[in-house]
Structure formats: structure tokens, C-alpha cells
Design a protein around this ligand. Structure first.
Ligand code: K1U
Ligand code: ZN
Length: 182
């Protein structure tokens, strides 16, 4: 696909809401980069910024491939830092942990504290096919772990006690019924 057509096809995609079997699947590695995959990554950034969110994983839009996007620059006047990661892998994690109140675009308006390693080193392939590695701390570390969990069929509510998880799941089932009726 030509660059112009790839750009013109950029669009926001609908985000799946939990519970959905596609959000529980282990995603397949991306074997080779293509223009279609670059369009997908751009669409995911568009979808993430519009939500608004600080991350998005391909299974959240029904694509079961190992691709995530993130931008944790929260300041209104901050320079955006969109990251596109194909086949991201955590290669080391700190013993020190961090507690963050997480949300999820597939579980709207529900937040809960999750404990994760404070610092992680991640390797991935970028939008241009280059191998990249970086150490992330704070919110960036939390977000990249949350997104990689999505690629393994894991949601932040899987870290919660069963009763709390069940309560949130029931709320989401109700939300989906209401949205289907509207
Ligand atoms: O993966 C997702 O569902 C996106 C999720 C990422 C995330 C949030 C918090 C902790 C870890 C990972 C979100 O972006 S939820 C929305 C959100 O956190 C937010 C939205 C607007 C401004 C700031 C944050
Ligand atoms: Zn999420």
C-alpha cells in the first residue's frame, strides 16, 4: 500500500469492552512489518488519544497480534511522545514495586490499585522496523506492563480479589446490555 493511501485510511477504531473472549487470548507475534501494520499502529494511536488514554493494545480493538501503543505524557502543554511497540518484551524488572490506581479503556470508569515492578527494561521493534530497548520508570513502567498484559490475555482486574473482579465484570455486562439497547 502507498504512503498516501496508508495516511488517508487513518481512523479511530471501536474499543472492545470486557467481558469479551478476544481480551482473554494470548496474541501472536508480528512476523514482519508491513504498511497495513503501520496503518494499524497509527489507527491505534488515534484511538488512544481520542479515548482519551495513555496506552492501547491491539486485542482491545479485536486484533490478536503483539502490538501496543503508549504515550504517558500527561501535561497539557507537554511534548507528545507516541511509542509504537511491535513484539514488546520485558527483559528485566526491578524488585522495588510501585502501586498505581489503574484504569482500562476496555473497563470504562473502573479504577483499582495494582502493584507492579517500579522499573522495567523493554525490548521491541519500532514502527520503522528498528530494534529498540529502553528502561521505563513510574507511570511509563506501569502502563507498558499493563499493555503487555493485554497481549497475554490479562486484565488489571485479574490482580484483584475475586469478589471485586466479579463486581466489576457484572457492571461491565450491564453497561454492554445498555449500550446494545441504545
Ligand atoms: O490499556 C488501556 O486500557 C489504556 C489505559 C492504560 C493505563 C492506565 C492507567 C494505568 C495503566 C495503564 C488507559 O489509558 S485508561 C485512561 C487513563 O488512564 C487516562 C486517560 C486520560 C488521561 C490520563 C489517563
Ligand atoms: Zn487496559
Amino acid at each position: 500500500m502507498g504512503r498516501l493511501i496508508a495516511y488517508m485510511r487513518r481512523m479511530k477504531r471501536p474499543i472492545l469492552i470486557h467481558p469479551d473472549p478476544r481480551l482473554k487470548k494470548v496474541c501472536a507475534p508480528v512476523p514482519d512489518l508491513s504498511d497495513d501494520l503501520r496503518v494499524l499502529a497509527d489507527d491505534m494511536l488515534e484511538t488512544m488519544y481520542a479515548a482519551p488514554g495513555i496506552g492501547l493494545a491491539a486485542p482491545q480493538i479485536g486484533i490478536l497480534q503483539r502490538l501496543i501503543v503508549l504515550d504517558c505524557v500527561k501535561e497539557e502543554d507537554g511534548e507528545p511522545r507516541p511509542l509504537v511497540m511491535f513484539n514488546p518484551q520485558i527483559i528485566s524488572s526491578s524488585d522495588e514495586t510501585n502501586v498505581y490506581e489503574e484504569g482500562c479503556l476496555s473497563i470504562p470508569d473502573q479504577y483499582a490499585e495494582v502493584t507492579r515492578p517500579k522499573v522495567v527494561e523493554v525490548e521491541w521493534m519500532d514502527r520503522d522496523g528498528n530494534a529498540r530497548a529502553e528502561t521505563f520508570d513510574g507511570l511509563w513502567a506501569t502502563c507498558v506492563q499493563h499493555e503487555i498484559d493485554h497481549l497475554n490475555g490479562k486484565l488489571f482486574i485479574d490482580y484483584l480479589k475475586p469478589l471485586k473482579r466479579q463486581m466489576i465484570t457484572r457492571k461491565m455486562q450491564k453497561l454492554k446490555r445498555e449500550r446494545a439497547r441504545a
